[in-house]
Design a protein around this ligand. Structure first.
Ligand code: 0RQ
Length: 503
């Protein structure tokens, strides 16, 4: 392992995953590497689950990560009832179900906030950080694999560290990371990043070697899922957005190569980036959290000149091509801590165009990204709030209906608010785009009803708005009817007043 462990003192810390898992005790708070199923610490948490499942004694941990991690850890730990409290984001079926039944406590957190909360001591202190690494430097620094997430802050504040040295990940990843710690608040200086392609830190996570109690050799790759190919609806959404960008260039509000782009994850977000492939846009830059397949397609096509993010999350097919050949992308890529990728100061300074996905939005432009029917957690707010609030253009996209037309994604009032009307500039569905900038609430409602609502719901929403305006108010509503669409869906399985529809 000499090529990967470049500090001799770490060689005699090598132990099995089972042995390392013994460092984790009941009641501890554990910080894991991993961001959107990428660079996850895996073998030690899996060994922990195996060990604890077969024991009679109750065992619970608090589990902190960068964002979602693979089902093999989140799902298994949730099923084995090992998680007391989880933060800041998740996307696992088992875990979601236990969160919604109240068996697991979940803090749904802006992804840039976790590091600040750890640093300030507002969260339980981290007992053990488990970090996946591709190498350990001469100084004893940790070189992460395909994500940085919260690993640097966990390693800094953890009492003990376990390194999962993943020898299946290529050494070509060394040099791709840029780790910068803004330090404690009170005496903090501006973050010296003014360009997407700028390096401001070290290519490894500095750690106190004394805190590293175990090094576990791993060959387990992340469990990613295939990306849903763009369909008619998502292509239409991308089309509306590209036309909007063309218009903004024409009137002189955006440069020809736009400003740096951020996009959320999922099928809609990927399709939007895909839309750039067949477009005239070139020399684009990406300053995002996650780089999905489409960003690498855009780099290959010469359309994206540089991409900065905190994780690379690819479909298995694309990963098999990109990761072993990561050297090819090295001069076009930087991976940073999520505190830096999602930092309000940098998002504002760089003038980002931020595109995230809504579950639903209302006639005034308030967005719900997280709570189905206002109560049941889907995944979490993730970085969407960090970006939307501070973006130059805060854009939310969603198909106009869900569940075959039984749900309208545009409703009188959202049943949970993640992004208030003040943070939302543009909303887009396959029906069209509403530019809300400079509009008062009553104007916003007109723009949204005219452009974004599916025809089967348009008249009903229009009727609601007209009746609400008769009651008056800065933001007119009929409070006793505001959630009637959600209530109807819960009772009758459709929001539609007429015959149940199937689109
Ligand atoms: O469920 O598959 O069971 O039918 O929600 O919807 O259309 O497949 O879209 O995969 O892009 O996910 C908002 C959840 C969208 C995601 C959300 C149902 C729909 C389907 C998924 P089924 P789609 P996507 C970067 C930024 C918040 C975090 C974020 C998300 C399922 O994008 O979690 O932006 N975003 N982070 O049927 C009830 C509605 C619905 C609905 C859709 N109004 N009511 N169900 N669905 N609309 C990433 C990070 O920060 C890490």
């Amino acid at each position: 392992y000499e090529q990967r462990i470049r500090n001799q003192s770490f060689l005699n810390k090598i132990v099995s995953a089972e042995e390392a898992s013994l460092l984790i005790k009941d009641g501890m708070t554990i910080g894991l590497s991993g961001f959107t199923r990428s660079g996850d610490a895996k073998v030690v948490p899996i060994a922990l689950a195996e060990r604890v499942k077969s024991s009679e004694r109750p065992f619970k941990i608090n589990l902190f990560t960068g964002a979602s991690i693979g089902d093999e850890v989140d799902g298994v730990l949730a099923e084995a009832n090992l998680i007391h409290k989880r933060l800041p984001f998740q996307a696992d079926k088992q875990l979601r179900s236990k969160i919604n039944s109240g068996d697991i406590l979940f803090i749904d957190q802006h992804l840039s906030h976790t590091a600040e909360l750890v640093r300030s001591g507002y969260l339980p202190s981290i007992d053990v950080a488990i970090i996946e690494a591709v190498a350990i430097t001469e100084e004893g620094g940790i070189v992460p694999t395909t994500s940085v997430g919260n690993s640097a802050i966990f390693a800094k504040f953890a009492k003990e560290i376990i390194i999962e040295l993943n020898i299946a990940q290529p050494l070509g990843l060394v040099g791709i990371h840029d780790i910068y710690d803004p330090g404690a608040r009170g005496n903090r200086q501006p973050i010296p990043l003014t360009r997407v392609d700028q390096r401001i830190g070290t290519p490894y996570i500095p750690v106190d070697p004394e805190k590293v109690k175990a090094v576990v050799i791993s060959e387990k790759l992340d469990h990613t899922s295939p990306i849903t190919e763009p369909d008619m609806e998502t292509k239409q959404i991308a089309g509306h957005l590209l036309d909007f960008f063309r218009h903004e260039i024409k009137v002189g509000r955006l440069p020809k190569n736009l400003t740096p782009l951020q996009s959320g994850i999922g099928s809609v977000a990927n399709a939007v980036f895909h839309g750039f492939l067949e477009s005239e846009f070139t020399n684009l830059q990406v300053y995002s959290e996650v780089l999905q397949d489409a960003v690498f397609d855009l780099i290959d096509a010469g359309k994206v000149s540089f991409a900065s993010a905190c994780s690379i999350t690819l479909s298995p097919k694309r990963a098999a091509d990109v990761i072993p050949n990561i050297d090819r992308y090295k001069d076009k890529l930087i991976l940073r801590p999520q505190e830096i990728t999602n930092h309000p100061e940098l998002i504002r300074r760089l003038g980002l165009i931020c595109m995230n996905t809504a579950l639903e939005f209302d006639i005034y432009g308030n967005v719900n990204s997280t709570h189905v029917l206002g109560t049941r957690m889907m995944n979490g707010i993730g970085g969407s709030g960090d970006f939307a609030r501070n973006a130059m253009l805060g854009i939310f996209v969603t198909p106009s209906t869900a569940k075959g037309g039984a749900i309208s994604s545009v409703v009188p009032m959202v049943a949970h608010v993640d992004h208030t009307e003040h943070d939302v500039d543009i909303v887009v569905t396959e029906q069209g785009l509403a530019d809300l900038r400079g509009l008062a609430p009553r104007e916003r409602a007109r723009a949204i009803i005219n452009n974004c609502v599916h025809p089967i719901y348009r008249d009903a929403l229009n009727d609601y708005f007209i009746a609400a305006c008769k009651r008056g108010g800065q933001t007119p509503h009929i409070l006793e009817e505001a959630f009637s669409w959600h209530i109807r869906y819960a009772k009758e399985g459709t929001m539609c007043e007429k015959e149940p529809v199937k689109i």
